[in-house]
Design a protein around this ligand. Structure first.
Ligand code: T5A
Ligand code: NA
Length: 213
């Protein structure tokens, strides 16, 4: 029996990786899997493009508006802060959250532009710390081959190489590295095993904690 959330809080599970690594695909599969096991679970993503802040971010990513690098960094962070209290209440009421991108994306992408990493981390301090970060590991070259990049601002091979380097410096004990170059079903298998092995142990009796650890 796998009780991720019985008589305890939900787990905060984050998926991270380069553009095209397969986060969206794996989030929805993990959601269905945990639902089938009887868990209360929701799938979220950042940026949350539905809010006012999220619409500014979406316009920036589509190259329809231009913002100073620091300004857009703070908007990405604000977009997480506007969901923080809901996130906390969901987790405390036993809902597990699967989140497609989080603070690690915020820091990895902005620092890849040359912004100071400590400066990038500062506005994330006090957001909820994930119990588990699934890093979908793929080389920038491999990711670029997946149907090619679209029009979004960061979907460029040279930039993604810098993002991959930034991610490496952010790894901590909550991270599990998943081989994202395998077929979708094999990636899914690794994700399931990691979630079942780690999350119950992570969450049992462990209070919610805050970034930056
Ligand atoms: N950003 C984000 C910041 O700069 N700061 C921040 O704080 C945050 C939160 C938007 C951008 O914003 C940046 C990062 C991003 O550049 P987004 O909307 O999440 O972020 O966009 P992406 O992450 O780029 O979303 P993608 O759709 O490109 O990638 P996914 O979700 O990782 O990949 P997915 O699942 O959609 O799959 C991509 C393609 O690959 C195929 C899929 O079928 C699909 O065609 N695929 C596979 N092919 C072969 N083998 C597999 N195992 C495959 N898995 C999926
Ligand atoms: Na995506």
């Amino acid at each position: 029996e796998n009780n991720l959330s019985s008589d305890s809080r939900g787990a905060l599970i984050v998926l991270e990786g380069l553009d095209r690594c397969g986060k969206t695909t794996q989030s929805s599969r993990l959601l269905s899997y945990l639902e089938e096991l009887g868990h209360t679970v929701e799938s979220w993503r950042f940026p949350d493009r539905t809010t006012n802040v999220g619409q500014m971010i979406s316009s920036y990513l589509a190259n329809k508006s231009h913002l100073d690098d620091h300004t857009i960094h703070l908007l990405f962070s604000a977009n997480r802060w506007e969901k923080r209290s809901l996130m906390e209440s969901k987790l405390k009421s036993g809902t597990t959250l699967i989140i497609d991108r989080y603070s690690y994306s915020g820091v990895a992408f902005s620092s890849a532009k040359g912004l100071n990493m400590e400066w990038c981390k500062a506005p994330e301090i006090g957001l909820l710390a994930p119990d588990l970060v699934l890093y979908l590991d793929i080389s920038p070259e491999n990711a670029a081959e997946r149907g090619g990049y679209g029009e979004e601002r960061y979907e460029k091979l040279e930039f993604q190489k810098k993002v991959a380097q930034s991610y490496k410096t952010l790894r901590d004990a909550s991270w599990k590295i998943i081989d994202a170059t395998l077929p979708i079903e094999d990636v899914e298998k690794q994700v399931r095993e990691t979630v079942l092995n780690c999350v119950e142990a992570c969450v049992k009796g462990k209070p919610l904690s805050e970034l930056w650890l």
